[in-house]
Ligand binder design. Structure first.
Ligand code: HEC
Length: 193
């Protein structure tokens, strides 16, 4: 398994000279704020790899929740890039549902997730234990994005990381419900004589 992974890595590193090229004109900068980026990653050669992860409901669900947790902050749960973070990145993330992404091979999408895109906000997610399996699952999810259902999206919303504001609110609620020890007066003080 390790040998296989190393082989694939070596293979890809050699074959996939890539660059991220801007192909929108300066006029496009004034487009509607919710528009996604118009950049495209160009691979010197097609990266042809077969996805070793199957398209089961369980794998798709893992990928959905993983995406909600790690990717949606920039890409949005539905891949539209319409998040405060995504909109303010430059270059912006592309709409993952559109042809530009869907036309990439599975191997290319996998490669991008593992290695990131240099000089952009797209981080590399490879290297961690188990990351390759996770990345292959995410490839399945990206293929599924154009058919994402409202139900799936709602489930994802529950798994989005919370903003600091939400966290504070939650903490206040917990303190209220659980009783904040700082506000509890010591027993003795209450006694009336
Ligand atoms: C911090 C913001 C950020 C996060 C988090 C992020 N991305 Fe990206 N992603 C980007 C940006 C920006 C680009 C566009 C890069 C470029 O200009 O070529 C991008 C590009 C991509 C592309 C290439 C699409 C194409 O058509 O070229 C894929 C696939 C992708 N991201 C998947 C993911 C996945 C899966 C995750 C989570 C594991 C993730 N991204 C997390 C910002 C992010």
């Amino acid at each position: 398994m390790l040998a296989w992974a190393l082989l694939v890595r070596y293979h890809m590193a050699r074959r996939s000279g890539y660059e991220s090229r801007q192909w929108h004109s300066s006029r496009d900068r004034n487009r509607n704020r919710a528009d996604c980026g118009g950049r495209r990653i160009l691979f010197a050669q097609r990266v042809e790899l077969q996805n070793p992860v199957t398209d089961t409901p369980g794998n798709l669900r893992d990928a959905r929740l993983h995406f909600a947790d790690h990717c949606a902050i920039c890409h949005a749960n539905d891949g539209s890039c319409d998040t405060p973070f995504g909109r303010n990145l430059y270059p912006k993330p592309p709409d993952l549902r559109r042809q530009q992404t869907q036309k990439l091979t599975d191997g290319e999408i996998f490669w991008i997730i593992e290695n990131g895109v240099r000089f952009t906000g797209m981080p590399a997610f490879g290297g961690a234990h188990g990351s390759e399996e996770d990345s292959w699952k995410l490839v399945r999810f990206i293929r599924h994005l154009p058919q994402l259902t409202a139900e799936e999206r709602m489930e994802m919303e529950q798994n989005n990381p919370k903003s600091p504001g939400d966290r504070e609110e939650e903490q206040e609620e917990n303190e209220f419900l659980g009783g904040n020890p700082m506000q509890q007066k010591p027993e003795g003080e209450h006694h009336h004589h």
